[in-house]
Design a protein around this ligand. Structure first.
Ligand code: PMP
Length: 354
């Protein structure tokens, strides 16, 4: 039986990448040791690290005006690092709130700068025109894909401020013009690799003026100067991320991923919308392609749905504890067959319980 893992993160990684990592685990390129046992300063490891960065730059069209940092601490480290690096303690910074993660980012930033919260949420959608209320702050932060709420912002907010975005759950899943951003960041454990690693892509002219109290390992200027090796980086996670980048290139790049992701999401939303047994309450223009929360009209059936889906090889469909119901995460590594299997299961479950 095929197993499809719908976990929101840590999430499934491409089967080909996992098979290659397994093959190389104890003997990397004939060296007789694992890549995780190599010095981060060895020529063999530097080749891995540099190839990963070069492939990411190619996939996302990142010019030399931007630093690409491979960092510790997941995405949350950057909830703190962003205000520390890009604003003074007395500066205003603007945060668009579209769900739980952007709210969390704003809450953390308030320790280090003067946060102006602009809550876009109305009913089941977002009032994007309210983004125009920003404009004073050192930067404008938003979250293009709210992993918990299943809410996406597809068009960048219009602003002359440096635009900062938390791409944790959609990086490399859709095409973006990086030149529109001051900084984007992402925890790795959805579309990139194992948890713990985070990517930061930041315009170089914005860094180098961190607040004096900034911990060194969060100082973007220092990290850039040391090629992300100011301290020992998460070497194995960086290696696996590099393998994921090669895999995405082999699939046809971000454009091919984006097309497949649209197709996968449409398959599931169309089915959910086709009856009233299942529901997704997000305004259709802001429905995430990566995380699809859905409810059963009769929540008494939730436990049976979860137990039977697990038995059918459909893992981790339980919704976030704050939302309840179900959530299917459909990141790049989820093949179309996984979504087809999920829809077939949902149809059969509905017939059984209607
Ligand atoms: N931002 C978003 C959008 C997320 O989905 C997550 C993790 N689910 C985070 C931030 C936090 O990431 P981490 O746990 O790597 O700090």
């Amino acid at each position: 039986m095929s197993v499809y893992n719908f976990c929101a993160g840590p999430a499934m990684l491409p089967a080909e990448v996992m098979a290659k990592a397994q093959k190389e685990l104890v003997d990397f390129h004939g060296l007789g040791v694992s890549v995780m046992e190599l010095s981060h300063r060895s020529k063999e490891y530097l080749a891995v690290a540099n190839a990963a960065e070069a492939n990411l730059r190619e996939l996302m069209g990142i010019s030399d005006d931007y630093a690409v940092l491979f960092t510790h601490g997941g995405a949350r480290a950057h909830f703190s690092a962003i205000p520390l690096n890009l604003a003074g303690a007395d500066d205003q910074v603007d945060y668009l709130i579209s769900g739980q993660w952007s709210a969390g980012a704003a809450q953390e930033a308030a320790k280090y700068a003067q946060v102006n919260r602009i809550d876009l949420r109305v009913g089941n959608g977002l009032e994007m025109t309210r983004a125009g209320e920003a404009g004073q702050g050192a930067y404008l932060h938003y979250c293009p894909n709210e992993t918990v709420d299943g809410v996406a912002i597809f068009d960048e907010p219009d602003s002359d401020q440096p635009l900062i975005a938390d791409y944790s759950s959609c990086i490399l899943g859709r095409e973006i013009d990086i030149n529109r951003y001051g900084l984007i960041y992402a925890g790795a454990q959805k579309n990139v690799g194992p948890a713990g690693l985070a990517l930061v892509i930041v315009r170089r002219d914005l860094i180098g003026q961190a607040q004096p109290t900034t911990p060194s390992i969060l100082d973007y200027g220092l990290l850039d100067k040391h090629d992300s090796m100011y301290n020992t980086p998460p070497t194995y996670a960086w290696y696996l991320a590099g393998e994921v980048f090669k895999w995405i290139k082999a699939q046809g790049g971000v454009a091919a991923m984006a097309e497949l992701n649209r197709h996968k999401a449409a398959l599931l939303y169309d089915f959910i919308d086709s009856g009233d047994f299942y529901q997704n309450r997000v305004d259709p223009s802001h429905r995430s392609e990566m995380n699809v929360p859905f409810q059963l009209a009769n929540p008494d059936l939730d436990a049976a749905f979860l137990a039977q889906s697990q038995q059918a090889g459909l893992m981790a469909l339980k919704g976030h504890r704050s939302v309840g119901g179900m959530r299917a995460s459909l990141y790049n590594a989820m093949p179309i067959e996984g979504v087809q299997a999920l829809v077939a299961f949902m149809k059969a479950f509905e017939l059984q319980h209607k």
